[in-house]
Design a protein around this ligand. Structure first.
Ligand SMILES: CC(C)(COP(=O)(O)OP(=O)(O)OC[C@H]1O[C@@H](n2cnc3c(N)ncnc32)[C@H](O)[C@@H]1OP(=O)(O)O)[C@@H](O)C(=O)NCCC(=O)NCCS
Length: 285
């Protein structure tokens, strides 16, 4: 875990060079590495020059890659060596596809992937909205209500709603409860007061989880049970999250979504706009 700070700094330097701003936080790296399924000796490679971390790659579930080379060390074959390793690793683990999402501004990485036979897959976006205007009051169907998370009784039900909803996406690996918990309710920056649930009677049918990311309410997960979609619950959860975040003095709200979810229109209709665009490139093994 002591390398998490170095990796966060490396990713931040790459984000800054590509997009002019940093999205990653130390808590993101720590929570990813705290997943019980993550084994650093198996899933992670670090490249150092003396004491300085200049490159890194990690592979999740023999499928999803995060690999970065420090901008000052590009053009020396480090990226190629890391991609070679991710492909070998995924193949050895029985993976069928391996790939990474990169910023639309990462032209070198795009060329590298295309030259190796990777194909563009889904597009993802970072969206944002300011919280300084008067925010609309969420409206829910009769018999439903939004409340904050109760750690003692809600964790499994929230996990179930998120997991079932996210597993509808193509090319998504199921997440165990323990991995989900590491990524959400056990994050160092987790705040139960920023996790909201919608109840229909006594059943949790929707959820939105936010963290305070340097003054931005970052919506990590938004999900509504399939049986309850199209009735305004997604919109109400976002509006409620924005209102609660504003009450805490947060000035922005942000989230990431991708073209597999079909939810971009929902976010734009609650006032969010696209800030950054990424594309997922993958190689059939
Ligand atoms: C995205 C999701 C949370 C929306 O929940 P919902 O309760 O159905 O959303 P709402 O009823 O509030 O919909 C509000 C609007 O968005 C539209 N919308 C919602 N989900 C949509 C989808 N998947 N595709 C297209 N439009 C969608 C609705 O038609 C509605 O349009 P309107 O404003 O013109 O009336 C839900 O579809 C879901 O859980 N999907 C699976 C998980 C997921 O993709 N989460 C988002 C991850 S970023």
């Amino acid at each position: 875990m002591s390398d998490a700070g170095f990796v966060t700094d490396l990713c931040a330097a790459c984000e800054l060079a590509a997009d002019g701003e940093v999205g990653i936080t130390a808590e993101d790296t720590i929570s990813e590495w705290s997943r019980p399924s993550f084994d650093p000796t198996r899933d992670l490679r670090l490249v150092f020059e003396s004491e300085r971390l200049i490159g890194y790659a990690e592979v999740h579930a023999a499928r999803k890659v995060w690999a970065y080379v420090h901008p000052a060390y590009r053009g020396r074959g480090i990226g190629t060596a890391l991609v070679d390793w991710t492909e070998r690793y995924a193949r050895a683990e029985g993976g069928r596809l391996v790939g990474q999402s990169i910023s639309e501004n990462e032209e070198d990485a795009r060329q590298l992937f295309l030259s190796r036979g990777y194909e563009p897959m889904w597009t993802s976006w970072i969206l944002e909205t300011r919280l300084d205007e008067v925010l609309p009051t969420p409206v829910l169907p009769e018999g439903m209500a939004i409340r904050t998370f109760d750690a003692g009784r809600d964790a499994r039900a929230v996990y179930r709603v998120v997991e079932d909803a996210f597993n509808e996406w193509p090319d998504r690996d199921p997440t165990s409860f323990e991995d989900w918990a590491a990524l959400t309710i056990l994050r160092p920056d987790f705040e139960p007061n920023l996790l909201f649930v919608v109840e229909d009677g006594n059943d949790i049918v929707g959820t939105a989880q936010c963290v305070d990311d340097r003054g931005t309410a970052w919506v990590h997960q938004l999900a509504v049970k399939a049986s309850h979609r199209g009735r305004g619950l997604g919109r109400a959860l976002l509006q409620h999250s924005f209102q609660q975040a504003k009450k805490r003095g947060l000035t922005l709200a942000g989230l990431s979504t991708d073209s597999r979810t079909g939810a971009l229109g929902l976010y734009e209709r609650v006032g969010m706009h696209i800030k950054r665009t990424y594309r997922h490139y993958a190689l059939t093994l």
